[in-house]
Design a binder for this molecule. Structure first.
Ligand code: ZN
Length: 605
């Protein structure tokens, strides 16, 4: 959902070529002064290359042509090459006793890469090529029901549409199996990718690539893994109830395709990866599901222009004490899909110069969903602006889960009460409508959690060698069963490579950040609602107009990445520990309602 400077560029592209020669800067000898000088140069260089990369990226996404794509790829490669070169060079300061801030900057530089290429030039080149090929193989992935007729071919967008809309289990299964034919050809490359990227990670001092990823979280890789298990343990009981309820309703709809007990089949949950179940809401909705208003209708009836919707979003932030967005935001953002050229409509927030030039890029429609998305995207922009005065390498969120969590935290404040306050609806519906709203949200937020967790559980074990290539697919489905309680319709042997059918695997994008974001946003929301003195149940709380909540939020945002994330968390939540009980508080009425619905029915699988 976002694009922002510095490390994010690396994370997104996950390509690197570490074969470039080291800079001839001899002044950067291994002394404290040398380390400072080195880091100053890193900050200055990455800022300059980052701006070039962001500008090229913005143009390439708002005016897609072969040329803008090529310019963008080149600018990004320069940024990535420089980061890779600097991180390898920084190893020479490893043993020096340095000021804590400087040490932190150097450490962050080292873990900012998602993929480290081995220093052997041939291997480096091979890895870079394989990574690009895997990414491209996914991007070009299509399933053609009739290979002789190219017009029947389905890309991921069309697959997504069918998975969302179709209620024909036969068709859903066909499409599900079809999409999973794109990935077996990736398997051989992926094995080699793991070997080579591990080699690069070892050269930087990490046990393997997965350990390098986990090193970003201000604790040891093992501690971090345990922390995730603990959080999952807190929410798992609620997930089990949701799973049991959905299974019961889908059994009513589909008969024995969905068993009374046991795992849910992977193809009937409205999403190709079963990671978001909102699309099947109509099949599981409670009787009194109508929330009593329809924001999409209201926005349409009022003919609310996209820019007015963004203005409303901005007012949310100014109401809690943030300065209005700069003039350039309004001049340079893209709110509407242009008629005359190709653009990437997927909503994102940008921070072009890492200072004031923030923007959003969206193709806004007058819908409930887009109204929320605007609040979410602006969250990225206000975060980016809050940390603009820090050294460049600190201009990022406290850990990679925080950026997404902030946008979503604000979106949780887009409640009926808030909509009534800003005059979009007459009055908030009474509590009898809560279950529908909460169930809908649970199908998005609770259903996602085990999926958000298992992708990297699989990958970390693949990188560490605990999962061997001959067990790639088996271990994938073992984890999907263990965490999600989801199973394929027929055996999926090692002739398949089902992890490759999810973008983030061939794209090499770490995934744990999304799990963290889904946990943190509720913890933030609960704490900020308390700061705002909200007396309602927390799913009804909005921090709109609360200067107190705004102050707390800003205290955290302005820290950027300069301190370990538990300190940032403490600024908002008053505790240094992540805590998923806020989710249980938020969904409390739903939890009780689910207990009623599944009384006497099997729970678990
Ligand atoms: Zn986002």
């Amino acid at each position: 959902m976002k694009t922002h400077l510095a490390t994010a560029l690396c994370l997104l592209l996950s390509l690197s070529a570490c074969t470039a020669p080291t800079s001839g800067n001899d002044a950067a000898v291994a002394t404290g002064a040398g380390a400072q000088k080195f880091m100053d140069n890193v900050n200055e260089t990455l800022l300059k290359l980052g701006i070039e990369g962001s500008q090229a990226g913005w143009v390439s996404e708002t005016h897609i042509t072969d040329d803008t794509s090529a310019l963008n790829a080149r600018a990004n490669q320069r940024f990535i090459d420089a980061t890779a070169r600097f991180s390898k060079e920084s190893v020479k300061f490893d043993k020096l006793d340095l000021a804590p801030d400087l040490r932190r900057e150097l450490n962050l530089l080292k873990v900012s890469l998602v993929m480290a290429t081995p220093s052997d030039p041939k291997e480096g080149e091979e890895l870079t090529k394989i990574a690009a090929n895997l990414d491209a193989a996914y991007g070009k992935g299509k399933w053609c029901p009739d290979p002789k007729k190219p017009e029947t071919c389905l890309d991921i967008n069309k697959i997504t549409d069918i998975m969302r809309e179709s209620r024909d289990p036969k068709k859903l299964r066909e499409v599900w199996e079809g999409w999973h034919t794109i990935s077996p050809p990736m398997r051989k490359d992926y094995v080699r990718f793991v070997e080579l990227s591990n080699k690069g990670a070892k050269e930087l001092g990490f046990a393997d690539t997965g350990a390098m990823w986990r090193a970003k979280y201000d604790m040891t890789p093992d501690e971090f893994t345990k922390e995730l298990d603990r959080l999952w343990g807190q929410v798992r009981p609620l997930y089990l109830k949701l799973h049991a309820y959905v299974r019961m309703k889908l059994h009513e709809k589909y008969g024995d395709i969905v068993p009374v007990s046991g795992p849910l089949p992977a193809h009937v949950l409205g999403n190709i990866w079963a990671q978001d179940w909102t699309n099947i809401y109509p099949l599981v909705a409670p009787a009194n599901a109508d929330p009593g208003y329809n924001l999409t209708d209201i926005l349409n009836r009022r003919r609310m222009a996209p820019v007015e919707m963004v203005k409303a979003g901005e007012r949310f932030y100014t109401s809690i004490g943030f300065a209005p967005l700069p003039r350039t935001f309004w001049e340079r953002s893209m709110f509407v899909k242009p008629r005359d050229r190709e653009v990437v409509c997927h909503a994102s927030a940008w921070d072009i110069d890492s200072v004031e030039d923030v923007r959003i890029k969206m193709c806004i429609q007058p819908t409930d969903e887009d109204f929320k998305t605007i609040h979410h995207e602006l969250g990225h922009n206000f975060y980016q602006r809050a940390y603009k005065d820090l050294p460049v390498i600190f201009r990022d969120s406290a850990n990679d889960g925080f950026h997404e969590a902030i946008g979503d935290t604000i979106a949780l404040s887009v409640t009926p009460e808030y909509l009534a306050k800003i005059g979009l609806i007459d009055k908030a519906p009474d509590a009898s409508r809560d279950i529908g709203l909460l169930l809908d949200k649970a199908l998005e937020k609770i259903a996602f959690l085990p999926f958000g967790l298992l992708i990297d559980q699989w990958r970390w074990k693949v990188f560490s060698g605990e999962i061997k290539p001959e067990d790639y697919n088996k271990s994938w489905w073992d984890l999907r069963l263990k965490y999600q309680g989801v199973a394929p319709m027929a055996a999926r042997g090692e002739e398949f490579f089902d992890p490759g059918a999810k973008y983030h695997v061939p794209g090499n994008v770490p995934y744990t950040r999304y799990f963290l974001a889904f946990i943190l946003q509720f913890q933030f929301h609960r704490a900020l609602s308390q700061a705002a003195n909200c007396a309602l149940p927390i799913h009804r709380c909005s921090i709109y107009e609360s200067a107190e909540a705004g102050k707390k939020l800003n205290a955290m945002l302005s820290m950027g990445l300069s301190r370990p994330w538990p300190e940032a968390l403490e600024k908002i939540a008053g505790t240094r520990q992540m805590d998923a009980t806020a989710i249980l508080d938020y969904f409390k009425p739903l939890d009780a309602w689910l207990d009623e619905q599944i009384k006497g029915k099997p729970v678990g699988w």
